[in-house]
Design a protein around this ligand. Structure first.
Ligand SMILES: *Cc1c(COP(=O)(O)O)cnc(C)c1O
Length: 426
């Protein structure tokens, strides 16, 4: 199985090569040449498999004749050492909790698979490389935690100084060893600009062997298909109905993974994206015209994306507007509705939701049809400054997060230019 660019001007490459590549050389995103077909498998049999077993089965089918094929068991065992519960909320609605990893958001799942796979590859080659990542919060902590103490990999995280929550900052600055985080005197766009410059800069290329670990990496999208496959099988086996998924969406990586799982023949009825006030994908669904816009700030800040990269992967499947509308529905949820949903969460569902998950819950409340799985992308304790005033009590902090919050932190503030970063790390 090989991967090619959405822009189709580069030859297909193996999975282990695509892992080390963020964008394809022609500027497109990597997608599989074709998808394995599991639709003829014995679904009742598969439904008995654990999340880890489904993960291994899918990962092996994407790595036939690849260097990593024999390492998949090890990579999955190392990466997925926490539960992924599918909880029944009502007889026609379930809740897929993707926040039991070390940084309490679904990004742990993709980042930990990527980190294990890359460190396997580099340990064989005995070559080190540097992951450079800009973050507005969740991505940086998932990547830092996933690569912490992994041999042959260093990580540099850039985040905007003063623009993230205190708890988010601790999760970025508590590591040490092979992880270095810098508070950049600028905004997220400055951080991203520095990362892009570094990738084009000869000094960084020769001295640092840079790779990216942002959400366009195919090494993060593929592992996200595992939980859609596993949860749909389980729901289908238990209820006899194919579920639809409602996915809190920003850069559209998580929704892309669900569409990939559907393509592989798992029992997924339909895919709905819940977005916040950032509206470029909603506009596309309504008009067939895609116009990126400047990012709008909302309560669901990990979904604040005005120009979602993964639209390119989705349009590659469904270039026609009508086809797109058959494939996915998009519903937008504003801050007022997010607040109301969090406030009424206990009463309506017996749950406390993070602001991102709240968008999917709100959408579920609008849909009249049965059999939905709400994708819960982060633990509410990560966003306590929003959630706690709304529910008028504190949210219990999960053990994993508590352990991180107890660690000592090292903070370095730098000006928003690449030369200053270089001075810090040489
Ligand atoms: C990143 C993130 C999202 C958005 O996911 P995409 O794959 O970018 O669409 C939603 N919720 C949380 C908590 C996130 O961290």
């Amino acid at each position: 199985m090989k991967f090619h660019s959405t822009r189709k001007s580069t030859p297909s490459i193996y999975f282990s090569e695509s892992l080390l590549m963020g964008l394809a050389p022609d500027g497109g995103l990597l997608i599989p040449d074709h998808f394995p077909d599991f639709s003829k498998s014995d679904m009742a049999q598969l439904a008995l498999a654990s999340f880890q077993d489904i993960a291994k089965m899918i990962a092996k089918s994407f790595t036939e004749d690849d260097l990593l094929h024999n390492k998949i068991d090890k990579i999955c065992d190392e990466a997925f050492n926490f539960p992924v519960p599918l909880k029944t909320l009502r007889n026609d609605t379930a809740f897929l909790e993707l926040y039991h990893g070390p940084t309490c958001a679904f990004k742990d799942i993709g980042a930990r698979f990527l980190a294990s796979a890359i460190s396997q590859l580099q340990s064989e080659k005995k070559q080190s490389l540097t992951v450079l990542v800009a973050t507005s919060g969740d991505t940086g902590s998932a990547v830092a935690s996933a690569f912490y103490k992994k041999p042959f990999v260093d990580v540099i995280v850039l985040y905007p100084h003063g623009k993230i929550s205190p708890r988010q900052e601790i999760q970025l600055t508590c590591w040490g060893e092979n992880i270095e985080s810098f508070a950049v005197q600028g905004d997220f766009d400055d951080c991203q600009r520095m990362v892009k410059q570094a990738f084009l800069d000869p000094w960084w290329k020769t001295n640092k062997n840079l790779i990216s670990a942002n959400s366009i990496s195919v090494g993060r999208i593929l592992p996200q298909t595992f939980y859609y496959a596993w949860a749909s099988l389980k729901y289908f086996n238990e209820t006899g109905n194919k579920p639809g998924f409602i996915i809190p969406s920003g850069n559209l990586g998580n929704a892309t993974a669900c569409l990939w799982a559907k393509k592989m023949g798992f029992p997924i009825r339909e895919v709905v994206m819940s977005t916040n006030a950032n509206h470029s994908v909603l506009d596309y669904a309504l008009t067939g015209v895609f116009h990126p816009h400047a990012t709008l700030t909302t309560l669901a800040n990990a979904m604040d994306v005005g120009n979602p990269s993964n639209i390119e992967r989705i349009l590659d499947f469904s270039p026609d507007h009508q086809e797109f509308k058959n494939e996915v529905k998009v519903l937008s949820v504003n801050d007022r509705q997010i607040k109301d949903t969090i406030q009424n969460g206990q009463k309506n569902w017996g749950e406390v939701f993070c602001p991102h998950t709240a968008t999917a819950v709100f959408v579920r409340e609008q849909l009249k049809t049965p059999h939905w799985i709400i994708v819960a992308t982060a633990h509410p304790a990560k966003f306590e400054s929003i959630v706690e005033p709304l529910i008028c009590r504190t949210v219990r902090i999960p053990k994993a997060l508590e352990q991180i919050l107890d660690r000592p932190t090292f903070k370095k503030i730098i000006p928003a230019d690449l030369e200053s970063l270089k001075q810090e790390i040489i």
